[in-house]
Structure formats: C-alpha cells, structure tokens
Design a protein around this ligand. Structure first.
Ligand code: PLP
Length: 365
C-alpha cells in the first residue's frame, strides 16, 4: 500500500519535539498567540525572505486578511484563476468583492498573464494568482501588468512554501501573500493554521489588528474585525517543522525528477518547471486521457491518487451566480478532466516511486 500522502512518516521522528512544545505551552499558558507564535513569525518571514509574517488560524483567513489589508472591498473585482481550491475565490467573496476568472496556461497550469489585460475593468482592484501545486505563477509578467494598470497583487502561496523564481521566494513579488499550514501542505501544523507574509509594514500592521478583534490593546477596538489568531501550540509545532522544510522539499524534488524522467520518455504531460523556477511539488500531477482506467489500476494496487482539482471553480454550484458556463475557460476545464495526482511526500521510498512509475506506464501503454 502506498498512500497519496503520509504525514506519519515525518511526524514519528518529531514526536519528542512536539511533546516539548506541548509542555512549554502548558507551562507558559500562552495558548493563543504568545511567544511560540512570535518566534515562528520571525522564522517564517526570514525563510520567505520577507520582512513580516503575521500568523493566523488558517490559509483562508490569511487570504481574507491579505485582501482586506490591500483595500479590497464591496464593489471591487479581483482577477484570479478558476483552477484552484475553492478557498481562493471564497476569500475574495468574504470581502464583498467579486472573483473574475481568467483561464490558465496549458503548460504551467497557472493563470495566463496574456489573458489578464482584457479582464481588467475600472472596478479591478487586484490580481490574485495562485501558485498551483507549488509552481509559482509568472510573477514578473503579472507584476508588470499590475503596475501598468495601477492594481495590487496578492499571492495565494498556500501550496508554495519554498517555491521561487530566480531565487526570489513566493511572497516577495506581490504586495502581500497568504500561506496555509493545513497539515497536508509542505509546511503543515498539527491542525489549522496560516500566515500573511509581506514587505509592507502598513499592511502587516493592518493584518495584526484585523486578526485580533481590531484591538490595538485589550478591550479597545478600532475596527469590526475577526478572531483569526493562531494557537500557541501550532506556532511551536511549526517552528519545529520549519527546520526540516528544506530537506523535505529536496526529497519532493528528487521524487518529482524521477517521475518526470520516466514519464517524459513515455510522452506523458508532466509538470513544467520554467527556467529559473523552483517548484515546491506540493502536488505532482500528470495529465491522463482515461482517468477512470488509471484510477482503477491504482486502486487495484492500493496506491493512493488524487485530483487537484476535478471541478474548476467557475463550474461549482457555489459560483453559479457569476454567470459563467461550460466552455468559459476551456483550458481549466480540460485540466479538471485530465489531472491525476501521484503520491509524493517526504519519506516516500524509492521502491514506492518505482511502483508508481510502473503502474502509470502499464496503463498508458
Ligand atoms: C489550502 C489552500 C487554501 C486554504 O488554506 P486553509 O489553510 O485550508 O484554509 C487556499 N488556497 C489554496 C490554493 C490552497 O491550496
């Protein structure tokens, strides 16, 4: 049996350190925010190469506050990709703004910068690219477009811890970005968690205010805000795991390279990694025409698999009201039918990688 993702293999080795974190938090009684969270904020900002990280209770909250602090609100439009997890669009909706989708590039699977310009209207306030599967969107092109049009860029970096373009990590291009530390992400908490990362000190201050009841000091409230604070234990757990991030991402990269070598030779469409890009390989997906057949072959051998994502956001019932239809974004729709995610996680054995490759090749042939 090979799982799609096995957290147990990395967490088993960290059990003692996790227990130390629990002891520390029980001793200090800092259950919400506090010193473990402050420390993790500094460490994560440094890891990203950004000035500020503000810890929150989920990636979705991080995106919501990143948008709010960028001035996005009712009546605004935010351009994003339909090939993402629903949270991207939901965060836009929470602000009262409207998601406006732009189709993705058939090669990188990220928002197509060449198609953004014609989606810009006088109401467009921001672009929110998603670094799908851990490959960064074409940020140089997106930043140029945004600058020319006087709009801000908010990165959905929920899948992109450690991804970079020419040495610049996710979060260092846009005005502000949101990360998720959902357990299954490349850096995951032992529960829900997220962070807003930015170089802008005004944005960072606004996010700090809004995650904690708009409260600059206890029982003083400057804005109607949220309870989006990170737990003390999650900050401690994340600091422990951050020390292993580089090694874990390197393991993902080795597995991905093995997959890509085997599949490229067989003519299978694999993740593209443009020159100068480092892919974080949160997900490793291939495109298959007969997904049902592949799924059955994997099930027979008890090999995990997934689809990220089977329904483009504009085709979800939740976003019917936007008025898009089948055919609105043909590339995203075609990917939704063909994506097939393979097991990839730190601690995955070489023999397991080989078995996945063999299973894929047998079915494609
Ligand atoms: C995981 C994810 C989110 C949401 O993060 P949560 O921590 O689950 O709230 C947002 N966007 C993308 C692209 C994600 O993968």
């Amino acid at each position: 049996m090979i799982p799609l993702f096995d957290l147990g293999r990395s967490h088993d080795l960290l059990r003692d350190q996790f227990h130390d974190v629990l002891d520390q938090v029980i001793n200090s009684s800092e259950y919400v925010l506090g010193s473990t969270v402050n420390r993790f904020e500094r460490e994560f900002a440094t890891y990203c190469g950004s000035d500020h990280a503000v810890a929150v209770n989920s990636g979705t909250s991080a995106l919501h506050l990143a948008l709010e602090a960028s001035g996005v609100g009712p009546g605004d439009e935010v351009i994003t990709t339909p090939m993402t997890f629903i949270a991207t669009a939901a965060a836009i909706s929470y602000t009262g703004a409207k998601p406006v989708f732009v189709d993705v590039d058939p090669d990188t699977w990220n928002i197509n910068p060449q198609m953004i310009q014609k989606a810009i209207t006088p109401r467009t306030k921001a672009i929110m690219p998603v670094h799908l599967h851990g490959l960064m969107a074409n940020m140089p092109a997106i930043m140029d477009l945004a600058d020319q049009n006087g709009i801000v860029v908010i990165e959905d970096a929920a899948q992109a811890h450690g991804a970079s373009i020419n040495g610049r990590r996710a979060s260092t291009f846009g005005l502000v970005s949101g990360f998720s530390f959902y357990p299954g992400k490349n850096l995951g908490a032992l529960g829900e968690a997220g962070a807003v990362v930015t170089n802008d000190s005004v944005v960072a201050e606004r996010v700090r205010l809004m995650r904690n009841w708009g409260s600059p000091e206890r029982y003083v409230h400057d804005a109607v805000a949220f309870n989006y604070r990170m737990d003390g234990v999650q900050g401690g757990f994340l600091s422990v795991k951050l020390r292993y991030m580089e090694a874990w991402n390197a393991q993902r990269s080795l597995i991905a390279n093995k997959y890509t070598t085997a599949f490229t030779n067989a003519g299978i469409k694999c993740p593209t990694v443009p020159d100068g890009y480092v892919h974080a390989f949160h997900v490793y997906a291939i495109l298959v025409d007969d997904r049902e057949r592949m799924r059955k072959a994997f099930d027979r051998k008890f090999i995990g698999h997934g689809v990220h994502y089977p329904i483009a956001v504009h085709r979800q019932k939740a976003y019917e009201f936007l008025g898009y239809s089948k055919g609105s974004f043909p590339t995203a729709e075609s990917l939704a039918e063909k994506f097939f995610s393979l097991p990839i996680f730190p601690g995955m054995q070489e023999s397991e990688v080989d078995l996945v490759i063999q299973t894929v090749l047998e079915e494609i042939r």
